[in-house]
Ligand binder design. Structure first.
Ligand code: HEM
Length: 226
């Protein structure tokens, strides 16, 4: 017990140094977990503190993988496919899309809909460009259990840019566009066989996205006014 408290306070001090915030909450959280009498509490607390420390360290470092600062708009952060896809007959890939010109402005979180507002402003007069990059592995470089079936395994291969995605300036916030959007069907399975989705998460997504599309195309529930 005592060791964990010391460790909890170690993390706490680290937090004080980097941001001066959050320390009290972590102390309270650790105290509650240890006082709960739950036999698994020690192990869970250790794991939680490890994750918190890692996320804070990566966020403090700025630009590492999925742990990014909150973006000013939806086109100011990188997007990772996370799950792998086939890349021809004997290779597989993971992909990401990264903005070419990224705003480092702080997000205007006072607006509860700030991501939408920021995107409307940004696309009003500007074209937005993303680099589309892939990491590629050959079949004999792969461990199926970790590299394909476990999406939390990070691949350390270099990303190679293979395409650009250009989003033209536009007003996507009209009633007509919103309605059109509702009629779109999003799924990673809409692609050619040579780039078929791989792994359990992608297999799961197939059924879930089909069900979501079916659900969205159903007539809306009538309200009292209708
Ligand atoms: C590699 C993991 C995943 C990635 C990269 C991913 C990415 C995305 C993206 C980009 C969208 C479209 C968002 C939009 O329209 O603005 C989406 C929609 C969605 N995702 Fe995922 N997703 C992943 C895993 C999952 C899983 C595991 C589930 C559930 C089991 C799930 C459920 C959904 C649902 C229900 C939608 C809404 C679909 C619709 O518009 O009809 N996703 N996802």
């Amino acid at each position: 017990m005592r060791d964990h408290r010391v460790e909890a306070e170690g993390v706490d001090l680290e937090f004080n140094q980097s941001s001066g915030q959050g320390s009290e909450k972590i102390k309270q959280f650790a105290g509650k977990m240890l006082a709960s009498g739950d036999p698994g509490a020690d192990a869970r607390l250790q794991r939680t503190l490890q994750i918190v420390t890692r996320v804070r360290a990566l966020a403090a470092d700025g630009d590492k993988g999925a742990f990014e600062r909150p973006p000013a708009s939806p086109v100011d952060n990188k997007y990772y496919g996370a799950a792998p896809f086939l890349f021809g007959d004997d290779r597989v890939m993971k992909f990401r899309a990264a903005p070419v010109a990224r705003s480092c402005a702080a997000p205007d979180v006072a607006d509860p809909d700030y991501l939408r507002t920021a995107l409307i402003k940004r696309l009003k007069h500007q074209t937005v460009v993303f680099d589309f990059a892939i990491q590629v592995r050959t079949v004999n470089q792969l461990n199926v259990a970790t590299d394909i079936e476990n999406t939390s395994t990070e691949w350390d291969d270099d990303f190679v840019t293979v395409a650009r995605i250009t989003i033209p300036a536009q007003n996507f916030n009209s009633a007509e566009q919103r309605e059109k959007c509702e009629r779109l069907f999003f799924t990673p399975w809409h692609g050619i066989a040579a780039h078929a989705p791989l792994g359990g998460i992608n297999r799961l997504r197939k059924a879930v996205y089909e069900a979501s599309a079916r659900h969205r195309s159903l007539p809306k529930e009538p309200t009292a006014i209708e």
